[in-house]
Design a protein around this ligand. Structure first.
Ligand code: CA
Length: 423
């Protein structure tokens, strides 16, 4: 049992009901303020705890942390210390924030500096991302896309249930929540023309995903087993894999997505740790046919995380357009990492591995507009006078996610991005 996960814990820091950040969460991130350069912090209620201050003033003594470990632009060096070290830090922060612990609670001067109101901060990328891989692990999503573009009777290709399909994405264009994205331009093949045209995308879409972040490093040639995989995973963020469907459809044969995807992906800023999500494990779907031995696993490896997508037109209110759940994944993260490294591919600290679009079984749970509007053929009615087939300029997409059990709600914060006109 991880002590910091105890549902009975209460903090002396006020945590509003329905907050994503109760004392049982304590996610790690990087923030800055008007006065502070980028530093590491932990979210609690509507505040962020400044880890540099805590470390420099002795509150984290005895944990064997290297000097300056939190006074950095990214969390890579900290998470590279391993799962055990981040667990020890989270346990210690939990202790400091407990309602009955007076170390920080009764030191008003320290508290004033260490606890920064969320309204005064700007969140930054939590890690430097050396590599980004995107999987395709939701059976419902793969079936929908296969039905739409190929054959509803053979929607899944023969390999799909034998391996977690994936491709290498673009790490340089991953941005933190709140960053606007310009509509991409590229080659589009219109159905009534023989030659492609050059144009701004007319089928701009989002993809609802969850990504895990690697905290370990392996040498070339080494594989990670499904049993070892979690030692290399620090936690999760929400992930919007923006997609230009028209560019994607023309370019993707035979090598897969390229410019239809690599112009931007947006993540939520807080790394919700695997430790915090322990109480929310559930069994994944039954895998049939039986997988090869290197993909076998034991235990509950899926997570019950409710996901929601909202679309906010310029000047309007956000409207929920999808509700899905991370638990629908056919392939779990252990299998994804085992498959990724089975050939000897090395992993690096900060690597991001996205799940692939997470669609549920019902139309209201589809994780992209491509599926929600069936490639634009059934527009969504947002309100009396606004409908959408794909994303329009000025639209903001908002991803949210949280796990809830025994009165504890572990959330991710927001993953938002606005689409601006093409440059
Ligand atoms: Ca994707």
């Amino acid at each position: 049992m991880i002590k910091a996960n105890d549902p009975k814990l209460k903090s002396w820091v006020e945590v509003p009901t329905q907050s994503d950040f109760p004392i049982q969460n304590l996610p790690f991130g990087i923030f800055k303020t008007k006065y502070l350069s980028p530093v590491a912090g932990v979210a609690i209620g509507n505040h962020v705890l400044d880890l540099v201050y805590l470390h420099e003033h002795g509150y984290l003594d005895g944990l064997g942390l290297p000097p300056g470990i939190f006074n950095q632009k990214y969390l890579n060096d900290f998470i590279a210390l391993g799962r055990k070290k981040s667990r020890d830090v989270r346990e210690r922060i939990s202790e400091l924030l407990r309602h009955d612990n007076d170390e920080l609670r009764d030191n008003v001067a320290a508290r004033e500096i260490a606890l920064v109101p969320i309204s005064e901060i700007q969140m930054l990328m939590p890690v430097r991302v050396p590599n980004y891989t995107d999987f395709y692990s939701s059976e419902e999503h793969a079936t929908n896309v296969g039905s739409m573009f190929r054959d509803p009777k053979n929607a899944l290709l023969p390999n799909w249930k034998h391996l977690p399909v994936g491709y290498h994405g673009r790490a340089s264009s991953i941005v933190v929540s709140g960053t606007s994205i310009h509509r991409p331009k590229g080659q589009i093949k219109l159905p009534d023309l023989e030659q492609p045209v050059f144009s701004a995308s007319r089928k701009m879409d989002f993809e609802l995903e969850v990504a895990f972040i690697a905290c370990g490093e392996t040498k070339l040639g080494k594989s990670i087993s499904t049993a070892e995989a979690e030692n290399h995973i620090i936690g999760f963020v929400l992930f919007n894999d923006w997609s230009a469907r028209d560019i994607q459809q023309w370019e993707y044969v035979p090598l897969g997505p390229f410019l239809g995807k690599n112009f931007g992906s947006t993540i939520s800023p807080w790394i919700v740790t695997l430790d915090a999500l322990e109480p929310f494990r559930v069994d994944g779907p039954e895998q049939n046919p039986e997988v090869l031995p290197y993909l076998k696993y034991s235990g509950a490896k899926n997570f019950d995380i409710a996901l929601e997508v909202l679309l906010q037109p310029e000047g309007g209110d956000p409207v929920t357009i999808s509700r899905s759940n991370f638990k629908y994944m056919y392939w779990n993260v252990n299998q994804q990492l085992a498959h990724h490294t089975v050939n000897g591919c090395n992993i690096q600290v900060g690597d991001m591995y996205a799940s692939g679009t997470i669609s549920g079984p019902s139309p209201g749970s589809y994780g992209s507009l491509l599926e929600l509007t069936w490639n634009g053929s059934r527009p969504l009615q947002l309100n009396d006078h606004i409908q959408r087939s794909f994303i329009e300029d000025g639209d903001t997409l908002i991803l949210r996610g949280h796990a809830e059990r025994n009165g504890v709600r572990i959330g991710f914060g927001l993953c938002t991005g606005k689409i601006l006109p093409a440059l």
